[in-house]
Design a protein around this ligand. Structure first.
Ligand code: HEC
Length: 103
């Protein structure tokens, strides 16, 4: 193996080792894995629906619709496909309106 190829491989390995994950690892996100990313767009007063005003069930249903294509959207279909049904439920419960039952 040439020295040039070796240094390219070494550089690639170094980059891989230091790459920042796009979705924070479980535990790094105090809400639910991936939930903090939603707030970048859905912040209060940001023009998009404030997730805190929606019920967890409504958020979960919307994510399922974006995931399976039954609900149209621009960015949400792409984003929703990145989360499983179980992850989507955890995100919905973390960000949705807390029920009147005082959950
Ligand atoms: C890049 C910006 C962006 C991010 C990040 C984002 N959203 Fe959205 N969201 C949108 C847009 C734009 C819409 C309107 C539908 C569309 O065009 O996709 C929307 C719509 C929604 C709706 C439907 C609201 C309604 O009342 O119709 C829900 C629920 C939702 N997003 C939840 C989430 C959740 C949960 C996350 C995190 C996993 C998230 N969004 C992350 C931009 C974003």
């Amino acid at each position: 193996m040439g020295a040039r190829l070796r240094s390219v491989i070494r550089a690639a390995l170094a980059m891989a080792a230091t790459a920042v994950p796009l979705v924070p690892a479980a535990g790094a996100d105090p809400l639910a894995p991936g939930a903090a990313s939603c707030l970048a767009c859905h912040a209060e007063g940001g023009g998009l629906p404030d997730l805190g005003t929606l019920s967890p069930q409504a958020i979960e249903a919307a994510l399922a619709g974006y995931r399976d294509g039954s609900r149209a959207g621009t960015v949400m279909p792409r984003l929703a496909k990145g989360f499983s049904a179980v992850e989507s439920r955890a995100i919905a419960e973390a960000l949705g309106r807390t029920g009147a039952a005082g959950r």
